[in-house]
Design a protein. Structure first.
Length: 414
């Protein structure tokens, strides 16, 4: 992604470019990006297999690293380096779908490989969108999971809400959370973030009380409620020391805003294990993974059908040398996600009034802007209401002028 950092009048243009092109092109993002990279490791104590494995890991790391560098600007990388290493580069092989070794050679105590890898760019984009590094036109919903779980040797199901909750740890829920978060969905009320129902004034009449659950989801500002039952059944088939452990996961989904049911999902799985303490848990994880696959597809389809309403955001644009910057405004905003049109209402010598037709409200625009930092200029936002805001462009001293050719490329929508 190319972004141009300029000064003076170009500073205003750079801000809008940075804001508008932060997300990768949607079509390209859906592709599985293939990379050819080289890996090299020292052969220790003649252990060729270990050296080869390490060299391949080195090449795969570089494959993902290249895609990350292609998707993000230098400013994004600089501002989020800790997060990138913590959530992406520390587990690069998770984002590699397939790979093949094209060539390998042993020389001077080193093992070298050439690897072609298919990197899952959509999963990377989902992480960057969820964490706020990238902004796209595809917002993702927040989800509350309420999954009770029970094994065949337990008298009661385990859950953390309701009148008499038992100590809670769910293998199926863990699989659901992992899958949903990797797809970029935001999970609320999980783990240590689980809320205190008494402090919220919310009570459940029974474990799977959908009315109480919807109240809780609303209090946590979730968009989607997913209630479910996970159960591991008694093992049946046996082969030697191994037995077959079946498990089922059933889910019901609701749109929190309206309480509208979104349907149900039922998935079953069977795990083979020679350890009775592990078999049921493995089956629950497998059933949870299958349920997660169906759930992500169902939620994505439902959410994409809810097109955001386009609002006219009345925007006052002002600041030093504002007019030249405003001339560039329409040209740059053409590529911004969520922007439908920009209509000039008033054009003066020291300010302009425009309507920005945007899928969202003024606060959303302002929030996105406030997360960005720039060296050559500053942006001041004030008087933000749901439908209006004031945007002031503040230039720094000793700024370079914008080439006249750049101004001529822009135009104003009347």
């Amino acid at each position: 992604m190319m972004r141009q950092m300029v000064t003076g009048l170009a500073g205003m243009m750079a801000f809008f470019v940075l804001f508008g092109v932060a997300a990768a092109d949607e079509t390209a993002a859906l592709e599985k990006k293939k990379q050819v990279t080289l890996g090299k490791r020292t052969i220790v104590n003649g252990n060729l297999p270990q050296a080869k494995k390490a060299a391949i890991s080195d090449a795969l790391y570089q494959s993902v690293e290249r895609v990350v560098l292609d998707m993000l600007s230098p400013a994004d990388i600089t501002a989020n380096l800790d997060l990138l290493y913590g959530q992406v580069l520390s587990d690069t092989e998770h984002y590699v779908e397939t790979y093949r070794v094209l060539a390998e050679v042993e020389r001077d105590g080193q093992y070298m490989v050439a690897v072609e890898a298919a990197v899952n760019a959509p999963d990377l984009e989902a992480v960057f969108t969820r964490t706020g590094i990238l902004y796209t036109d595809k917002t993702t919903p927040s989800i509350l999971l309420l999954i009770s779980e029970q094994s065949y040797n337990e008298v009661l199901a385990r859950y953390w809400w309701g009148k008499n909750p038992l100590p809670y740890a769910s293998f199926a829920e863990g699989a659901l959370i992992d899958a949903l978060e990797k797809k970029g969905f935001n999970l609320v009320g999980k783990g240590p973030d689980r809320p205190n129902l008494e402090s919220l004034g919310i009570a459940f009449d029974f474990v799977h009380d959908s009315m109480g659950a919807l109240k809780l989801a609303g209090a946590l500002k979730a968009d989607i409620l997913v209630m479910g039952r996970a159960r591991a059944e008694e093992p049946s088939n046996r082969m030697g020391d191994e037995r077959s452990y079946p498990a089922t996961v059933g889910l019901e989904m609701f749109a929190v805003e309206t309480g509208e049911p979104m349907g149900s999902i039922d998935q079953s799985a069977v795990a083979k294990s020679g350890v009775e303490a592990e078999g049921p848990n493995q089956a629950l994880v497998q059933a949870g993974n299958l349920a997660a696959e169906a759930l992500t597809a169902r939620i994505s389809d439902f959410w994409s059908a809810r097109q955001p309403t386009v609002h006219a955001i009345e925007t006052r644009v002002e600041g030093t040398d504002y007019l030249s910057s405003f001339i560039l405004l329409r040209k740059v905003l053409n590529d911004m996600p969520g922007i439908q049109d920009i209509k000039t209402k008033e054009l003066g010598s020291d300010r302009a009034m425009v309507d920005i037709m945007f899928k969202g409200n003024a606060a959303t625009l302002a929030d996105r802007l406030m997360l960005k930092t720039f060296d050559a200029f500053g942006i001041e936002i004030s008087e933000v209401t749901p439908s209006s805001m004031t945007l002031r462009f503040v230039t720094q001293k000793d700024v370079a002028p914008v080439p006249e050719s750049e101004i001529k490329k822009a135009y104003i929508s009347e």
